[in-house]
Design a protein around this ligand. Structure first.
Ligand code: ADE
Ligand code: ZN
Length: 327
């Protein structure tokens, strides 16, 4: 379980420890006590309520310095779980309200924290700029403009999170075209709350090379074969899907079946404290559910490194670390 891991699907605000958010809210005298249960954990009833609680938690994150502290806290947790490389979804929606100069300041703070964490724990972080689907296509365009202005060797991707039931992928094609033209690599949440058609639409209309979740592709085996054939990589978050009630448990989760049918699957936590999980726990639960051994986890970590949106030098560094550890 201490094996080195590569995580491709992690929402920065969604990784905020609840005690950290409570502390910030107290400093700022904001009352968001309603989002916690009596034990101090995040409390929600279903996915749509989860999105509301998530957004309420961001009320406490109001400055670049807050994001600096958040990034340090999140990477400490990830590194403790053996993560050596991570890609995180960040959004100008929450970081400065889609204002470019504010976004640059937030980004600077996040990157500075990432550098400190890399020196401290050896963990490497890269960013994927991600509009929120239920905020609508117009806001996504503004987010895409911020992304295009800051695309470089650290902001490496463009994605789409939020309520999959809100609008169609094609509504966001302008934003994705802008991201692609700026040199960003593309991913989109799909096949979590939407079925196979939602995944098909995202692939066709947004031309993504990775899909966030994508697990409900399993409901149409011809789509599974298309995904395998096209080499589209799934950012699978089993603990998230189980916690949100998509599947009753790990054994019922399609990750194993998708992999057996030739799909490139990776493993991530999504929003770990919300789902009471860590990368270590994901590995442990999958090992138990599917009798996956070290070889399977090595294969998954290598698939993840190869699907990472970072530059070649960074990828080679990660692959070397994986090979050394698994040898
Ligand atoms: N934002 C944070 N977590 C998410 C998820 N699992 N699906 C869609 N949007 C999200
Ligand atoms: Zn997600």
């Amino acid at each position: 379980m201490s094996m080195p891991k590569v995580e491709l699907h992690l929402h920065l605000e969604g990784a905020a420890p609840p005690a950290f958010i409570r502390g910030l809210a107290k400093e700022k005298k904001i009352d968001i006590s309603g989002i916690f249960d009596e034990r101090g954990d995040y409390s929600y009833t279903d996915f749509w309520h989860f999105l509301k609680v998530y957004e309420a938690a961001t009320e406490a994150l109001k400055s670049p310095d807050d994001y600096h502290r958040l990034t340090l806290a999140v990477l400490e947790e990830s590194a403790a779980s053996g993560v050596i490389y991570s890609e995180t979804f960040i959004s100008p929606d929450f970081c400065g309200g889609r204002d470019l100069s504010a976004w640059r300041e937030y980004l600077h703070a996040i990157r500075e924290a990432a550098e400190q964490a890399e020196k401290r724990d050896g963990i490497i972080l890269r960013g994927i700029v991600t509009p929120i689907r239920h905020f609508g296509p117009d806001k996504a365009k503004e987010v895409a403009l911020c992304a295009a202005e800051t695309a470089d060797d650290w902001i490496v991707g463009f994605g789409l999170a939020g309520d999959e039931k809100s609008g169609k992928p094609n509504d966001f094609s302008w934003a994705f075209d802008a991201g692609r033209e700026a040199g960003l690599r593309l991913t989109c949440h799909a096949g979590e709350w939407g079925g196979p058609d939602s995944v098909r639409d995202a692939i066709r209309d947004l031309k993504v090379e990775r899909i966030g979740h994508g697990v409900r592709a399993i409901e149409d085996l011809s789509l599974v074969d298309e995904i395998a054939e096209a080499g589209i990589v799934l950012e699978v978050c089993p603990g998230s899907n189980v916690a949100l009630g998509l599947y009753p448990g790990y054994r019922a989760h399609p990750i194993h079946a998708l992999r057996e049918r030739g799909v490139q699957v990776t493993v991530s936590t999504d929003d770990p404290p919300f789902f009471h999980t860590t990368m270590e726990r994901e590995y442990a639960m999958l090992a138990e559910a599917f009798e996956w051994d070290e070889g399977v986890f090595f294969d998954i970590a290598r698939t993840s490194a190869n699907a990472a949106f970072c530059d070649t030098n960074t990828r080679d560094k990660i692959l070397k670390r994986l090979e050394k550890a698994y040898a």
